[in-house]
Every structure is written in structure tokens, then in C-alpha cells.
Design a protein around this ligand. Structure first.
Ligand code: TRP
Length: 326
């Protein structure tokens, strides 16, 4: 017998405060090289726009990663082991985890996402769809300290971190994020992670400049969000989306470029932007398999297995704890 959905679905709220958002925005826009932290992309509109990006023809990572998981599902499930507690930082629409659930049969699934309403909707949909699954949704910012909402005794804890989200951090921050995940899953646990690979810059540039303009809308939604939540007065028509592959640093850089000299008021504070001045909104680092594995080792992980598509576009790795890590 399956228990009712209300017993299987639980929600834990560790959402950051509005004050944190205001402080982070003011600090970022006051910096010598202005930036906005990419986690702020994901309000409800941003999360929905991101789903659209994933479905565009140019954005190869999602379908490639899905293909890798589908093609290797038996091997992946055998490597992860049954009866795990499956934790997904930045779960979004929980689309990819659906590929694993029936085969993996985890004891519970814990999606963690910063977008509260979106997470609640998506997690409840999932609980309705998988009538045997316990879904414990956690609204939190996983870029800080990662803590499970309840104590779990020595189970096999597996984190699932697809989409090359790890690439959105600078390499040294990525080590911190991986280290937090390692501490959360502990000994006996592991991490299934998707990492985008270095490739021809034409393919990369196209992926972050889709013809339909979803990436542009997604980028500009940051300004809309600041206007709405912090009462600012950004004029969206006076900023342009700009994304390009930086060959030297092996990363996509995404910016909003000011089209003229202008000023914006946020919470009574005035910010000046010169014509052509950039606000950095996101990096997406591209790795080689070897470089990613070195990064994982710095965080105390060791690579158990790697799966790659036939065109060498994207990689999925299973990592567990190195013998000498705590
Ligand atoms: N992790 C995804 C990536 O780096 C996130 C992403 C894809 C993204 N497209 C984007 C983030 C466009 C911001 C804008 O590919």
C-alpha cells in the first residue's frame, strides 16, 4: 500500500531573507567591476525561463546529459547502489531526476532550490507522479552551508548535481561547493555530477545566444526582479545581453551592457553606469575531464566512473569519498 501524497510530501523552509538580496545587489553593483550573483536569476519567472533555455535547439547540454543518463542507466544505478537518500542541490523542475527514480528507488528524494513557489509546485507534481516516493523539499541557498533538514543515520547519501551548475562557480568556489556536498553525503555517500566540456567556441557561443531570445530574457529578468523586489528603476531597453566564450579562461561570460550613460536608484542609493559598461551576471566554466577530476580531488572526492556522449560534448561523473578525507 502506498501512503497518501500528504504523508509523502514535506516542505522545509530555509529561504534567505529579502535583506540578503538587497545587500548582495548593492554590494555587487558597487564593486569596481559590477556583478550580480547568478543565484538571483532563479525567481519563479527565471526558473521558468531557464526551462525554455534548456529546450532550445542551441542549448546542447540538457539533451546531451539526458542522453548520457539514458544510455548508461543500468551502469549508473549499479554504481550508485539502491536505497540511497537522493539529494539534489538546485533541483529546478526535477526533470532529470525522473530518469533515475524508477530504476534507483531511493528511500527519499530531497530537492533543494532557492525558488520557493517553483520548488513547491515542482516537488508536489513529482510526488503525485511517483506514488511510492517520499519527497522532502528544502527551500535553501545551496551556495552557503549545506545542511540536511533532519538527521539521517548512516544511509547511503547520494547527491545529484546535473546541468553543469558547478561550472557557474569560479574554480576555487567550485571546490568549496564540492567540499560542502562531500561533508553532507559523508563516508559511504557519493555525488553524481554533470560537467560541460571544452569544445569549439561556435557551439558554445550559440548555446548562450539562442535565436528565440530566451537567454536574453533570462538575463534581463534580473533587472526586472530588482525593480520589482527592491523598487529600483532599471530601464530594460537600455541594457543589452552579451554572452561570449573567453578562450583563455575556458568560460562563457554573460553580461548586461549599458547602452548609454545612465543612472539607477535602488533603495535610495544611486548607481552610475557608463555607456558600454558591463554588469557581470554569470560565468559558465568548461572543463576537460582531467581538470574536473583534479578539482574534485581538491575537495576530497575521488572519481569512480565517468560517462561521456559519443561526440565528447558533456560528461557525467560518479565521485565518492577519497580514503583519507574526513
Ligand atoms: N548551468 C547552466 C550553464 O552554465 C546554467 C545556464 C545555462 C545559464 N544557460 C544559461 C545561466 C544562461 C544563465 C544564463 O550552462
Amino acid at each position: 500500500m502506498t501512503d497518501s501524497k500528504s504523508q509523502r510530501y514535506q516542505f522545509f523552509d530555509q529561504h534567505p531573507e529579502v535583506a540578503d538580496f538587497r545587500e548582495d545587489i548593492i554590494q555587487g553593483l558597487s564593486a569596481a567591476e559590477a556583478y550580480i550573483l547568478p543565484k538571483y536569476f532563479y525567481d519563479e519567472t527565471g526558473s521558468r525561463l531557464f526551462e525554455e533555455i534548456c529546450n532550445t535547439e542551441e542549448y546542447y547540454p540538457t539533451r546531451t546529459e539526458v542522453g548520457i543518463i539514458r544510455d548508461n542507466i543500468d551502469d549508473i544505478v549499479e554504481t550508485l547502489g539502491k536505497d540511497c537518500l537522493l539529494i539534489e542541490p538546485g533541483s529546478g523542475d526535477s526533470y532529470k531526476v525522473r530518469l533515475l527514480l524508477d530504476a534507483l528507488r531511493p528511500i527519499a528524494y530531497l530537492p533543494i532550490d532557492i525558488s520557493r513557489r517553483y520548488l513547491q509546485d515542482e516537488a508536489q507534481k513529482l510526488a503525485a507522479e511517483f506514488t511510492w516516493l517520499k519527497v522532502h523539499a528544502v527551500c535553501a541557498d545551496f551556495t552557503g552551508k549545506l545542511e540536511l533538514p533532519y538527521h539521517v543515520e548512516a544511509t547511503n547519501k547520494v547527491a545529484f548535481f546535473p546541468g553543469s551548475t558547478i561550472g557557474n562557480f569560479l574554480p576555487e568556489q567550485a571546490v568549496f561547493v564540492l567540499d560542502e556536498i562531500r561533508k553532507m553525503v559523508g563516508r559511504g555517500g557519493g555525488l553524481l555530477i554533470g560537467v560541460d566540456l571544452q569544445k569549439d567556441s561556435e557551439i558554445l557561443n550559440a548555446a548562450y545566444n539562442d535565436k528565440e531570445g530566451y537567454t536574453e530574457q533570462f538575463n534581463k529578468n534580473l533587472l526586472l526582479r530588482i525593480n520589482r523586489e527592491l523598487g529600483a528603476d532599471f530601464d530594460l531597453d537600455q541594457y543589452k545581453h552579451h554572452a561570449f566564450f573567453n578562450e583563455e579562461k575556458h568560460r562563457i561570460e554573460m553580461h548586461l551592457i549599458s547602452l548609454q550613460d545612465q543612472q539607477v536608484t535602488i533603495d535610495g542609493q544611486v548607481f552610475q553606469f557608463k555607456k558600454d559598461q558591463a554588469i557581470l551576471t554569470e560565468y559558465s566554466h568548461k572543463y576537460t575531464v582531467e581538470h574536473f577530476q583534479q578539482l574534485a580531488e581538491k575537495a576530497g572526492f575521488r572519481c569512480v566512473k565517468t560517462w561521456i556522449d559519443e561526440n565528447g560534448l558533456f560528461s557525467v561523473h560518479y565521485l565518492n569519498l577519497a580514503a583519507d578525507s574526513d
